[in-house]
Ligand binder design. Sequence first.
Ligand code: TXA
Ligand code: MG
Length: 348
Amino acid sequence: MNTKIVRISEDREEKWVEQSGEILQHGGLVAFPTETVYGLGANALDEKAAAKIYAAKGRPSDNPLIVHIADFSALEKIVEKIPEEALKLAEAFWPGPLTMIMKKSKLVPDGTTGGLDTVAVRMPKHEIALKMIRAGGGYIAAPSANTSGRPSPTAAEHVIEDMDGKIDMILDGGSVGIGLESTIIDLSEGTPVILRPGFITQKMAEQVIGKVEMDAGLIRPDANIRPKAPGMKYRHYAPKASMILVRGEREQVSEKIRQLVYEELKQGKNPGILCAEETADTYTEGIVKKIGTLHDEMTISRHLYGVLREFDQEGVTSIFSETFETPVLGTAIMNRLMKAAGYQLIEV
Ligand code: TXA
Ligand code: MG
């Protein structure tokens, strides 16, 4: 398949939005930017179109898709009923990086929800995404636009790496803002539960709707508790190299990582280091990558997946990483890093 790749610029925006809408209405696939990561869109109400997403990503078919909408009025058609909490959360955080799970209506095919009786819904905060969703019929199923098991795409180049030749169109809107997938909150039964941490934190949600829990499978993944979001059980976001996180006082962390790197080099391996700008010059050996500055946590979230991709391309055999427990995004950043590392963490 020939993938049409277009760079969005103001003068031609209308034309590309219109074209992407036509592709989506005819059951095709379009990758598009959002404020979190790039999505791979298809008509959510067309089971055959949704099936193409699984094929292009190599994604297990039991892993449900998020339905993206552009207007709040679109919600009532795809859910059984709108819970009170959803109204409040939408008011506070939509459009934005929050996905809500509710009981689905019959309009949403099983092929979109992996056979579940619930549906995940999100309204992204990105002008191109919102226009494309409307042009495509209002209900666009979209997972992250990466090959299953690779880090999510935070720039059009990443989408091209994984999807060129497999989908109809890529809308290149430049680099994303947040760089980590949306927070997922389950409102389908009892107390609301966060299934995937993101930019909207437990605290922020609690200020709007009261008590919110974290999914047990997130808090103690080592205890073999099955996470409730089917996608969270896979070893996602995985770089090809093995990865170990080192946590503790800054100087001790740096010393431990230097020691681990030295051991690897002695064995003729090619180690990489993932660190903050502030600590980068404490490392003199190995491939050192600065992820961002501790003074602006979004620089860290935004570059995380891209840096993991770079390590892959440079053939690094092992990655040693500092931890980044930053105020707002820390939980989400550490969740993705821990998964990429297969939960290998050294405390110093
Ligand atoms: O930021 C985002 O959410 C991005 C952009 C493109 O919007 N999308 C995204 O989609 O991250 P994806 O498919 O990569 O992740 C969706 C996650 C998966 O872990 C999936 O299992 C879970 O949401 N999920 C979807 N529907 C669900 C449902 N009905 N019940 C429980 N988990 C669900
Ligand atoms: Mg994904």
